[in-house]
Design a protein around this ligand. Structure first.
Ligand code: ARG
Length: 439
């Protein structure tokens, strides 16, 4: 069932009809489609293009459609071309001839553009809320577990940090993600309704009225851009990709840390799964799925960038491809954020194990070199001396602080009793990261 056909002699092939139809996925936009249409008819009546009676009849029809969809009495299905055709034909079936006036001074091009802006703005704000929840969970988890642990570079033990400090690195990443999303929302916050097909309309419409009624800052400046701009979806997909990249890095750490090799954390049963053959196994599937699903969000970003790259102005049907990519990426990022919050809220950190790893990793070697520098040795020479001490410790299976002053003095005369305090792990933290945090 179509909204066009007057200029055609032959019916569309079934194959083409199926290929062209977007109803199976753009039905997601039913609410925004009705919201946009209601704002449109109100403006038409206010501008004297529809009578008050006509507006009321159409609004009543649209509201009854909305109610029936929400009740489940009207299913969004059938051989309609898209959600816009579905709505208009249902309206005409309900209220008759007046329904045919809904599409005055409007095109599906500005209709779909306004639907997508309304929807993506609303959903991006939801993602911001999920991010804020995750930020709180990360902070709480860090505060509860301010334990010493090894910090890594090249995945080799490097210097002492705390579990809290490590988690707060992710806090910084997700805070940037939040800002990026709010910025993208700010940029997209303009209404394309009233651009019509590409060049506006002969009717004296009021675009500012519909923009305000729909909660946008203002109408778009240029009609041709308004109907064919999908930058905001690409920008949101790019922001989602960064969120996923951060979630994926954190997932990777949780997977490593929950292995027996690290044994730093315990992922709760609620977010773990078992093996069908190996009874002893507890697998970090939640974290692995987040890491795995990152690919599909990057894929959506690449797909839409590619769809858009060669399109002449203004609207082209290629743009229909934006929806499945955006909806899928949105679902993915939202569910991954919820799962990560759940996993971290129930995570147990194994304090003894993180501390033991610090002891076994010569994590105070840099500070030991600093000690020698403070007593007059050039850093490069101190680096060499401590390197030799580490080699000696490895042979003796000891930590640096376990060597006697006599042993240390064989490497340098500068070592005195106060070296032990200087290279104490808690002290290295105080002199290092804790001094730098302004909280
Ligand atoms: N389903 C279409 C889309 O998503 C709606 C716009 C159709 N416009 C048109 N001129 N055929 O892009």
């Amino acid at each position: 069932m179509k909204l066009w056909g007057g200029r055609f002699k032959k019916a569309e092939s079934k194959l083409m009809e199926d290929f062209n139809s977007s109803l199976s996925f753009d039905r997601t936009l039913y609410y925004e489609d009705i919201e946009g249409s209601l704002a449109h008819v109100n403006m038409l009546a206010k501008s004297g293009i529809l009578t008050g009676d006509e507006r009321d009849k159409i609004a009543e029809g649209l509201n009854s459609i909305l109610k029936d969809i929400q009740d489940g009495t009207l299913l969004i299905e059938g051989d309609y071309e898209d959600i816009h055709s579905f709505m208009e034909m249902n309206l005409i079936a309900r209220i008759g001839e007046t329904g045919k006036k809904l599409h005055t001074a409007r095109s599906r091009n500005d209709q779909v553009a306004v639907d997508m802006r309304l929807y993506s703005k609303r959903k991006a704000l939801e993602v911001v809320e999920y991010l804020e929840e995750l930020l709180d969970v990360i902070k709480e988890l860090g505060d509860k577990n301010d334990y010493i642990m090894p910090g890594y570079t090249h995945l080799q033990r490097a210097q002492v940090v705390t579990f809290r400090y490590h988690m707060m690195a992710y806090h910084s990443m997700f805070q940037r993600d939040r800002k990026r999303l709010l910025n993208a929302i700010e940029i997209l916050d303009e209404s394309p309704l009233g651009c019509c097909a590409l060049a506006g309309t002969t009717y004296d419409i009021d675009r500012m009225h519909t923009a305000k009624a729909l909660g946008f800052k203002k109408p778009v400046d240029n009609f041709m851009d308004g109907v064919s701009d999908r930058d905001y979806l690409i920008e949101l997909l790019s922001d989602f990709s960064l969120v996923m990249m951060h979630l994926s890095r954190l997932s990777e750490e949780l997977i490593l840390w929950s292995s027996k090799e690290f044994d730093f954390v315990l992922i709760d049963d609620e977010f773990s799964t078992g093996s069908s053959i190996m009874p002893q196994k507890k697998n970090p599937d939640a974290a692995e799925l987040i890491r795995g699903k990152t690919g599909r969000v990057y894929g959506s970003l690449m797909a839409l960038l590619t769809t858009m790259k060669g399109l002449p102005l203004a609207y082209n049907k290629d743009m229909q491809e934006d929806k499945e990519q955006f909806f899928n990426a949105l679902d993915t990022v939202q569910s991954c954020l919820k799962i990560m919050s759940g996993m971290l809220r129930t995570l147990k950190v194994k304090k003894e194990n993180t501390f033991n790893s610090v002891k076994k990793g010569f994590l105070n070697a840099t500070e030991a070199a600093d000690y020698l520098v403070n007593h007059g040795m050039a850093f490069r020479n101190a680096h060499k001396v401590i390197g030799e001490i580490v080699l000696y410790c490895e042979e003796q299976e000891k930590a640096i602080e376990e060597l006697t002053l006599e042993e240390l003095s064989k490497f340098s005369e500068l070592f005195k009793e106060d070296v032990y305090e200087f290279i104490d792990y808690e002290n290295t933290l105080k002199k290092g990261i804790k001094k730098q945090i302004r909280e």
